[in-house]
Design a protein around this ligand. Structure first.
Ligand SMILES: Nc1ncnc2c1ncn2[C@@H]1O[C@H](COP(=O)(O)OP(=O)(O)OP(=O)(O)O)[C@@H](O)[C@H]1O
Length: 314
């Protein structure tokens, strides 16, 4: 698979001396929905700004759609739709008028087909019914969708979205996620940053995890989660006895879940059959209502990688 975004040793040190991005090697496959994950302050926005040619890297290289950035910005950027740090909208203009202005600001956009393009973009993001409303009366989710509509005024090979669901209510988040999936289904590569693990799990095929300016890992979401071991889970009212039996059988990390009715532990090593464990529990008189190894989540993978929780405050 060819990479739509590729960086080698990409580094940014701000004038104040802050090392915001430190030797980043990123490869975003074509056709992926790529989640750029990290707590606040981990360097996501700084990376995106370098990719879009808004700031110069201190060291390293970045290519977008196979061309070096920021050098090839003129040819690359028209093929990229970007939504960075919230869209810049005119509050006193309607959604439609905002888009007409955005389109008019693009010297390569044919004025004769402008209206049709705007109608299509409004439709795409589900804003057609609110097209004549002033943008200042839009909810945050609608503003974000209008920003996306602006990014979609022309066909794009790549969409770059910086925290597209930040500040949205659950409904707004769902709408943006659905839209991202639709765009991806049409073959657009989507690169989106987020500090929300479950968001990445829900919409992304691939992810990279950042912490303190450095890349911890990248790969397909399934691969990343598979690297973390799952968790053995027993559902039972007889938790004390379950803990005893599991420990006796050499299971480590055994603990009763705070809610009760559920005992967890590290999955057994290759020497132990799951069937033997259930047999031992049943033989000890434990009422087993559920038994299995739960798939690891991306959060488990993150904890396994960093040895710490995913701290949003960074
Ligand atoms: N213009 C700047 N000058 C100096 N330091 C900066 C500048 N912009 C960002 N930083 C610092 O660089 C680090 C990375 O910031 P960045 O905004 O890239 O992180 P982020 O992961 O996008 O976080 P957030 O989600 O909060 O935007 C932070 O420590 C931040 O304080």
């Amino acid at each position: 698979m060819t990479a739509v975004i590729e960086t080698q040793g990409l580094t940014k040190r701000y004038r104040g001396g802050q090392l915001a991005v430190d030797g980043l090697d990123l490869a975003v496959p074509a056709g992926s929905v790529f989640g750029f994950l990290g707590p606040n302050g981990s360097g996501k926005t700084t990376t995106i700004r370098m990719l879009m040619g808004l700031i110069e890297p201190t060291a390293g290289r970045a290519t977008v759609l196979g061309e070096p950035m920021p050098k090839a910005g003129r040819t690359v950027l028209p093929q990229v739709g970007a939504l960075i740090e919230g869209p810049a909208l005119y509050g006193f203009l309607s959604g439609r008028e905002n888009l007409l202005r955005f389109d008019a600001a693009d010297p390569t956009a044919d004025p004769r087909t402008r209206r049709a393009r705007v109608v299509e973009a409004l439709d795409r993001v589900g804003l057609a019914p609110a097209a004549e409303k002033k943008a200042k009366a839009y909810s945050l989710g609608m503003k974000q969708r209008l920003g996306l509509a602006a990014a979609l005024l022309r066909p794009r090979r790549l969409l770059v979205l910086d925290e597209p669901t930040n500040g949205l209510d659950p409904q707004g988040m769902r709408e943006i996620r659905a839209l991202v999936r639709e765009l991806a289904d049409d073959g657009t590569t989507v690169f989106l940053s987020s500090h929300l693990l479950d968001e990445i799990e829900q919409v992304c095929t691939h992810a990279a995890v950042m912490a303190r300016g450095r890349l911890l890992t990248q790969g397909s979401v399934a691969e990343l989660a598979a690297r973390a071991r799952g968790r053995l889970v027993v559902l039972t009212p007889d938790t004390d006895e379950t803990v005893r039996v599991l420990k006796e059988r050499g299971i480590t990390g055994v603990a009763v879940d705070p809610g009760g009715g559920r005992v967890g532990g590290d999955p057994p090593g290759p020497g132990t059959e799951l069937a033997e464990l259930t047999a031992a529990l049943v033989a000890a008189g434990v009422r087993v209502r559920g038994f299995g190894v739960e798939r690891a989540s991306l959060e488990d993978a993150f904890v396994a990688l960093t040895g710490e929780g995913f701290d949003v405050a960074g």
